[in-house]
Design a protein around this ligand. Structure first.
Ligand code: HXC
Length: 522
């Protein structure tokens, strides 16, 4: 009697192990081989690369769909096309879902969606990031409306979780139709070159409706979304590189909106960078330079992680570290469109500022901006509304905020780029700063119009008046006299001033007026 009980229980244990094994096989060897031939890892391999070794704990591996129509009753796979669970990245808890393209094309069923929602709910309750690895043919066509409702359940949670826990979407295969809206609602999107694409409607529909012939890659591949739409924040050459980049990004982020980002105790700073920083700006204020060189000289060595590097290059945004602490950097880029603010740059900057503010990441702004981009294209597409996004985002931010004006700070763009009047805590200017309503040439033309027109030599008069205006305003001292900048500093003093400033602001506690939420000009 006693022995038979043991046998029964051993059989049951073996049965469990068999079931577990089956659950790891996804859609079977043939489909897994196809996935590999395409240069893609399987959903399970991806989770292994993403997380610390042996840290993954799976939830819901036996969940199956309940649908019967169109032969689905004969196509049941344990896990239902998505692997869900939790694990660690560099020892810190994260929640993960990984869609398995080998199971019914990774398509999203009612139960597949419920599994994703389950880990999102756990992530919210426990205050840890959610990372979604997307590789799916979209709504499971055989299930119809319940799969659409499943998507909506996810969108709802994405929105509720926004600003509470970091949400990262990694696109590692198809992501089409309404399925794109979950990644779009998350904080960062990673894409893999050649094997991933995102679009609301694919090439066939595009051809029917607009008669354009375009490939999936050109329409919605990593490059298109990195350069043209800005939807893609980080591009990788393959799955492994992509997942490593995700691991790296997570080290810059706090677990949730109530915590601070982790602070590595070891950091490097090459002191000779202090000698270089003053040599970056060209003599002539109209010659461009790469603002990233200035950023690199101020932050810890090799700590800069640029976000949306290939989109709206006239503004540079990204994470960095100062004495090990995560900061968000926003910088005008004089080497692209002279660093002017346009619609795309304003949207890019605003989104990044809001992320940092949501997650307690102090902001460091480098300013060299000649103004907003003029033209009918910008005006008719709404530079007024879009420019206001950046203004709103900075004005609303309550994290420590420091601005360093390296050169031009002209017009409305001066106000927008984290000026003290919109709540920046400290504003420094280099001796090369020019803080004025506009450049001296344009200013002279307007305010000395009559004098120039009536002069014997109008050109010479214009130059004379330009020099007069420049003498008055093409420097940081008028602003410093008024306390609009707090100090004029040497370039080589910048790092020390920024470190001291952020230390002073460490316990900054500022709250917004009580409200349901603001109405950012969307
Ligand atoms: C069910 C699907 C599926 C889907 C793919 N499969 N997409 N099953 N529902 N949505 C299955 C295929 O039948 C096939 O099964 C397997 O997945 C692999 O698909 P293939 O077509 O062989 O792969 P490939 O050639 O690589 O093409 C991938 C693909 C294509 C481009 C994604 O499968 C495709 O176009 N699928 C449909 C995409 C789509 O229209 N989805 C609905 C979008 S609308 P077998 O058994 O042969 O391996 C949407 C609405 C969301 O998602 C709304 C939210 C608001």
């Amino acid at each position: 009697m006693h022995f038979s009980l043991i046998f029964v229980s051993m059989d049951k244990n073996q049965d469990l192990l068999n079931r577990r094994k089956l659950a790891t096989l996804g859609g079977g060897k043939e489909r897994i081989d196809k996935q590999h031939q395409q240069g893609k890892l399987t959903a399970r391999e991806r989770v292994t690369v993403l997380l610390d070794e042996n840290s993954f704990e799976e939830i819901g591996s036996f969940v199956e769909h309940r649908a019967t129509a169109f032969g689905l009753d004969k196509q049941r796979f344990p896990g239902d096309g998505v692997i869900t669970g939790y694990g660690t990245i560099h020892g810190r808890l994260v929640y993960v879902f990984s869609q398995d393209f080998t199971v019914l094309g990774g398509s999203l069923s009612e139960t597949h969606a419920a599994k994703i929602c389950r880990i999102m709910d756990l992530a919210m309750k426990n205050g840890a990031p959610v990372i979604g690895l997307n590789d799916s043919g979209g709504a499971r066509i055989q299930e119809g409306v319940v799969s659409l409702a499943g998507y909506a359940d996810i969108f709802y949670r994405n929105t509720r979780a926004s600003g509470v826990i970091p949400q990262i979407s990694v696109i590692m295969g198809p992501c089409a139709g309404g399925a794109v809206y979950s990644p779009a609602l998350t904080d960062f999107i990673f894409m893999v070159e050649e094997t991933s694409y995102m679009f609301v409607t694919g090439p066939n529909v595009v051809k029917t409706v607009t008669h354009e012939e375009v490939t999936s890659e050109d329409l919605g591949g990593a490059k298109a979304h990195a350069e043209k739409s800005g939807v893609n924040h980080f591009t990788a050459a393959n799955d492994v590189e992509c997942l490593k980049k995700v691991r790296d990004l997570v080290t810059y982020l706090p677990q949730n909106a109530y915590e601070l980002a982790p602070q590595p105790t070891i950091f490097n700073y090459t002191k000779s960078k202090l000698d270089q920083i003053g040599k970056i700006l060209p003599e002539n204020a109209n010659i461009p330079y790469d603002i990233r060189k200035v950023v690199e000289c101020v932050i810890d060595d090799e700590s800069f992680r640029e976000v949306q590097a290939d989109y709206a290059k006239n503004i540079v945004v990204g994470f960095a570290r100062i004495e090990g602490k995560t900061i968000g950097v926003v910088a005008n880029q004089p080497s692209a469109l002279a660093g002017v603010l346009d619609i795309d740059a304003s949207r890019k900057g605003a989104r990044f500022v809001r992320f940092c503010d949501s997650f307690n990441i102090p902001l460091l702004v480098f300013e060299d901006v000649p103004g907003f981009l003029p033209g009918t294209d910008q005006e008719w597409r709404g530079i007024i509304t879009h420019g206001a996004k950046l203004l709103y985002a900075f004005s609303e931010a309550t994290v420590p905020r420091i601005t360093v004006i390296t050169r031009k700070a002209y017009g409305g763009a001066f106000d927008v780029m984290n000026s003290k009047s919109i709540g920046a805590d400290l504003n420094f200017a280099w001796p090369t700063a020019e803080i004025a309503v506009m450049g001296a040439k344009g200013a002279a033309e307007i305010i000395f119009k009559r004098e120039i027109a009536s002069a014997e030599d109008p050109q010479a008069k214009w130059l004379e008046k330009e020099a007069e205006y420049a003498e008055m305003f093409a420097n940081p001292y008028r602003a410093a006299e008024r306390g609009i900048v707090d100090d004029v500093i040497l370039p080589e003093e910048t790092r020390a001033k920024v470190i001291a400033g952020f230390k002073m602001l460490e316990k900054k506690a500022e709250t917004l007026p009580k409200k349901k939420h603001g109405n950012i000009p969307l």
